[in-house]
Design a protein around this ligand. Sequence first.
Ligand SMILES: Nc1ncnc2c1ncn2[C@@H]1O[C@H](COP(=O)(O)OP(=O)(O)OP(=O)(O)O)[C@@H](O)[C@H]1O
Length: 258
Amino acid sequence: MTAPEEVVLRMDRVCRTHGQGQFRVDALRFVNLTVRAGELVAVMGPSGSGKSTLLNLAGGLDTPDSGTVQVMGQQISTLDQTARAGLRRRAVGYVFQDFNLIPALTAAENVSLPRELDGVGLRAARNEALAALDDVGIGDLADRFPDDMSGGQRQRVAIARALVGPRRLVLADEPTGALDSTTGEEVMAALRGRIDAGAAGLLVTHEPRFAAWADRTIFLRDGRVVDSTGTDLTLASLLVGGHAEGGHPDFPIPGADR
Ligand SMILES: Nc1ncnc2c1ncn2[C@@H]1O[C@H](COP(=O)(O)OP(=O)(O)OP(=O)(O)O)[C@@H](O)[C@H]1O
């Protein structure tokens, strides 16, 4: 297990431009971000502010135009494509809004598959998968197929899969987006539990109540980090107008201007 204070993700002065000429967009501009083991960082911002670009760079699916991205001490832009894919597989797991489970595989098979692809033997991979499912509170559903599970249970399978084996960085893109709020809270509790056990995470969300599960929140606008705040402050500032009357300027509280 990773030491609690170990840096899992480090981004220094990261810039990324998409498109060319008149279609050129500065999707990220000089972003600095450090996420340590045991830390969950929420990423909020309006549509087009650069959240997906940030997640793609953090997971090594994309490389910066300038600046550096390090995952578990390895600088992604210095790696060739094969080495990058290897680092991604060993270190990074994803959780998406739509679960992305393989319907023909049971929960345990979905979770053990990445480990089998890592070269771990079938039995060891299954044992790791069972432990990972236990960690997110659904050990008893190991042999169920995704279609026979609720949305919240499926998302917990996805969290188990994201952090099975040595993976330490979970990148979650609106993981609660398809869930009702009670189920969303249960899924956040499961994610939080896995982070507390020594992983690190980035959570893209539009919902302050889910961001409240994070240790801190960064706010993006036009590719820049325009604000960064601890969780207590996040909710407090949204609710009592710590940033501005009626909430954060990017996330006004509906009706607060009445
Ligand atoms: N492949 C691409 N080619 C051209 N422009 C792109 C590409 N990917 C992203 N962009 C642009 O970069 C900017 C940042 O996009 P990004 O998807 O990172 O934002 P986002 O905050 O995740 O948005 P959303 O909340 O709508 O998913 C946007 O202006 C977007 O149009």
